[in-house]
Design a protein around this ligand. Structure first.
Ligand SMILES: NC(=O)c1ccc[n+]([C@@H]2O[C@H](COP(=O)([O-])OP(=O)(O)OC[C@H]3O[C@@H](n4cnc5c(N)ncnc54)[C@H](OP(=O)(O)O)[C@@H]3O)[C@@H](O)[C@H]2O)c1
Length: 402
């Protein structure tokens, strides 16, 4: 079931209490993963944990697995298998490692799967969850950017349910009349503007990693924080919104809103604009997906509009933040363009975080890959993997040549 267009119609009738469900968390040790673990741990009577998955953070993964009494804990990086096995010895928790083990974890029979791995690495496990018709709480936006049409087709084919977790898409989901899409004239994604909103290009050229990951309103993982600083994150989100809600590129706008209180808006043909508001706290959109179709309580600050003070809105500056332009060009080009952009961006952001390139080199590497990789159609997941590999190679070569 594709949530954006069909979900509201097919949603079961609400009952007084949320249903108990089995859950798997892909990327449990990350920022979204830890927030999810916190919410799940608050209601042990409701959630039974099938599997937890990380890349290599064995200490945290083992602690989470014990706390949540998970059936299985999996690390993608096989080098950490021994450490995980030792950490969970005598607990009865199954342990596995490697890329296939991650896919197997997503295949285990959990009703609800949080897809919170970072990057295109999340594609296979997210697909595995979708292919068995699970409810997929979807944070891992890169998967839709590199393989959106194929992913949405699989979701539909297997009757899976995709619930947006990105705060902007969760906001739209909550005010989107999915059974009357013809009444929607535009989606408006809000953006904080990131840490460099008021910086000049010269200052951005000298930006350090510490400055780039210091997001003004959200506390997130390193990759998405850098994406927010370049505003590539908003570009990825425009593409994500296109796939989730079936809206064309020219009906998805971006509005800079530094306070991150209005999480996004939907404009209808009659002039009504519906928005969802809240404090910038990822536990809210995660709870929307975890409790769906019910509402569940979250800890954390409530929104107080009096203390929030004035809310500002500005048009984005595409000259200062070319990533937004690149994402729109990728959407208009279609085919492999968004996949190339995403892969090159992942490689460039990793190089920036390692101190191998400067901040503004990220956009140059991405544009270089987009103009170098030949245009092609993505007819299968093999095509996606091939284009992703080529784009990563071209981006890596460009980084070495700098
Ligand atoms: N953070 C936010 O507030 C936020 C908001 C909206 C959307 N998102 C999206 O949600 C996703 C996760 O973001 P994040 O900020 O939570 O990232 P993060 O803090 O970097 O966490 C990433 C998680 O994925 C795991 N991981 C990385 N590579 C993996 C692999 N190959 N196989 C299995 N697990 C792997 C990591 O394990 P280790 O810890 O062991 O490395 C970690 O658990 C991203 O797509 C992001 O764009 C995040």
């Amino acid at each position: 079931m594709v949530v954006s267009s069909l979900q509201a119609v097919a949603a079961p009738a609400p009952v007084a209490v949320p249903a108990a469900r089995t859950v798997t968390i892909l990327g449990s040790t990350g920022s979204v993963g830890c927030n999810t673990v916190e919410l799940v741990a608050r209601s042990p009577e409701l959630y039974q944990v099938e599997a937890l998955v990380a890349r290599k953070n064995v200490d945290l993964l083992a602690r989470q697995a014990k706390e949540l009494r998970a059936k299985a804990a999996v690390v993608a990086d096989e080098a950490h298998y021994g450490a995980l096995k030792d950490a969970l010895a005598g607990t009865g928790i199954e342990v596995a490692a490697g890329a296939q083990a991650v896919v197997d974890a997503a295949t285990r029979p959990a009703d609800w799967v949080m897809a919170a791995i970072v990057g295109a690495a999340g594609m296979e496990p997210t697909l595995a969850a979708a292919r068995r018709g699970a409810i997929v709480a979807f944070a891992n936006k890169e998967v839709l950017v590199c393989a959106g049409a194929l992913m949405m087709a699989e979701v539909k084919r297997h009757g899976a349910t995709l619930l947006p977790v990105d705060s902007e898409h969760s906001a739209i989901f909550q005010v989107f009349e999915s059974d009357r899409v013809e009444g929607v004239s535009r989606l408006i994604l809000t953006a904080s503007g990131g840490p460099f909103r008021k910086k000049t290009r010269e200052e951005m050229a000298r930006a350090t990693v510490k400055e780039a990951v210091a997001h003004p309103t959200w506390d997130m993982g390193a990759k998405i924080s850098v994406d927010s600083a370049t505003m590539m994150n908003k570009g990825l989100e425009v593409i994500e919104a296109h796939h989730l809600f079936g809206m064309p590129e020219n009906k998805i706008d971006v509005l800079v809103h530094p306070q991150s209180v209005v999480h996004s808006l939907v404009e209808y043909v009659d002039g009504s604009v519906l928005a969802q508001l809240g404090t910038p706290d990822m536990r809210t959109p995660i709870a929307v997906a975890l409790g769906w179709p019910h509402r569940i309580a979250t800890p954390g600050e409530r929104l107080d509009l009096v203390t929030a003070g004035s809310l500002e809105f500005h048009a984005p500056d595409p000259e200062k933040f070319p990533a937004l332009r690149l994402a729109r060009e990728a959407m208009r080009a279609g085919g492999c363009a968004a996949c190339v952009m995403n892969a090159a961006n992942e490689v460039a952001v990793a190089a920036f975080l390692d101190g191998r390139i400067g901040f503004l080199d990220i956009e140059r590497i991405v544009e270089h890959a987009m103009t170098t990789v030949p245009h092609s159609r993505l007819n299968s997941l093999d095509d996606v993997r091939e284009v992703d590999t080529v784009a990563r190679r071209i981006a890596t070569e460009a980084i070495k040549a700098r």
